[in-house]
Design a protein around this ligand. Structure first.
Ligand SMILES: [Mg+2]
Length: 357
């Protein structure tokens, strides 16, 4: 490949109001406060990357991400685009804890690199397929609202609904009963976002069973560091147990495998970055652990990158890449075509396929 250098890098905030506040066990978000990286190559090609920090999950916020990204500019400028792995490795050693910022840089570099190769990004990730079907998340809302939402989502074509639990067991069960009433034909996945103790998690599953509700999967029932507690839950239920917050790095994935505490690992690009996500996927596959891909609150750029990742790798049993931004407010155009509940990737758009509005 001809030597192509990174000529310029631009860093800017991305702010989008959400139509509805997004409530989970560890906090509420009213707007998306992300950051955008644009790399410009000396042949004129532009690559875009997005950081979607969620402070309660990864300790980063928009201000820290912008500061981190700005401090990387001089290091990256002048490097060759083909060296994206070496660049990523150096950034990881310096900004170990700033993973969402690093993810945005990797995304921008890979977007540019796959545009140079003139291939859609899913082909870079393995090219297993160009489609991905997502679930949709119903967050912590009153049962009547959950029922209406479930009915509406099922009508739109969603076959799996995910709901956030872990705040209050009685309310959680009422919401699940309402979701089942609203969408009796849909599968249900649960995410406690570390909200229960091991005993509470099992009590919760038992109560669901009494009400004839059998979730497809139960994500992060207990606090992320309590792998023994998660193993206790897994050993006392036949519901698939997923590790999300417990796995940020490939070393975390190995610890989860060794602890035998999960049936599923949830990969999020914003937790691991893109290069390390490939390692985590390989570890999970090798250990016969199922894969899930999830998201934070991202625009169609970073969501699109995750769709390319899941479709291209082709080994994801659970896809949780539901868009939460009103299309009219999206800061990008193009990208994966979304017709609920499926994304389709075009072979005619290189990279992620998104353009700045
Ligand atoms: Mg989760």
């Amino acid at each position: 490949m001809k030597k192509i250098k990174i000529k310029k890098i631009f860093i800017e905030p991305v702010n989008v109001e959400l139509d509805e506040p997004f409530r989970i066990a560890i906090g509420t978000k009213y707007s998306i406060e992300n950051a955008l990286v644009t790399v410009v190559l000396d042949n004129g090609i532009e690559g875009y990357g997005e950081a979607a920090p969620l402070e309660s999950i990864n300790g980063e916020n928009q201000a820290t991400v912008l500061a981190t990204l700005k401090s990387c500019v001089d290091f990256i400028k002048g490097k060759e685009i083909i060296d994206f792995r070496a660049i990523s490795k150096t950034l990881k050693s310096v900004f170990w804890a700033q993973v969402t910022a690093r993810c945005a840089l990797e995304m921008a570099l890979l977007d540019a690199y796959t545009k140079v190769l003139n291939i859609p990004m899913y082909q870079f990730f393995g090219g297993a397929g160009n489609k991905a079907e997502t679930d949709y998340t119903i967050d912590i809302v009153p049962p009547d609202v959950a029922k209406v939402n479930a009915k509406k989502l099922s009508k739109e074509g969603y076959r799996v609904l995910k709901t956030k639990v872990g705040k209050n067991i009685v309310d959680d069960i009422d919401r699940l009963l309402a979701i089942r009433d609203g969408a009796p034909g849909c599968g249900i996945t649960l995410d406690a976002n570390q909200g229960y103790s091991p005993a509470e998690a099992l009590h919760f599953l038992n109560e669901l069973e009494k009400n004839d509700i059998r979730p497809i999967m139960f994500e992060q029932p207990v606090i992320k560091s309590d792998l023994r507690g998660m193993r206790f839950v897994k050993d006392h239920t036949s519901v698939l147990i997923g590790a999300d917050e417990s796995v940020f790095t490939s070393a975390d994935a190995i610890n989860v495998v060794l602890a035998g505490c999960a049936d599923v690992i949830n990969i999020k690009l914003m937790k691991s970055g893109i290069i390390e996500a490939l390692d985590i996927a390989a570890i999970a596959r090798s250990a016969n652990i199922k894969l899930m891909i999830g998201c934070m609150l991202e625009s169609k750029l970073a969501l699109g990158c995750a769709v390319h990742f899941a479709a291209g790798q082709g080994c994801f049993d659970f896809i949780d890449l539901d868009p939460h931004i009103d299309p009219a407010r999206e800061p990008f155009t193009g990208g994966p075509v979304y017709k609920a509940p499926c994304y389709t990737l075009s072979d005619d758009l290189p990279g992620i396929g998104c353009q700045k509005r």
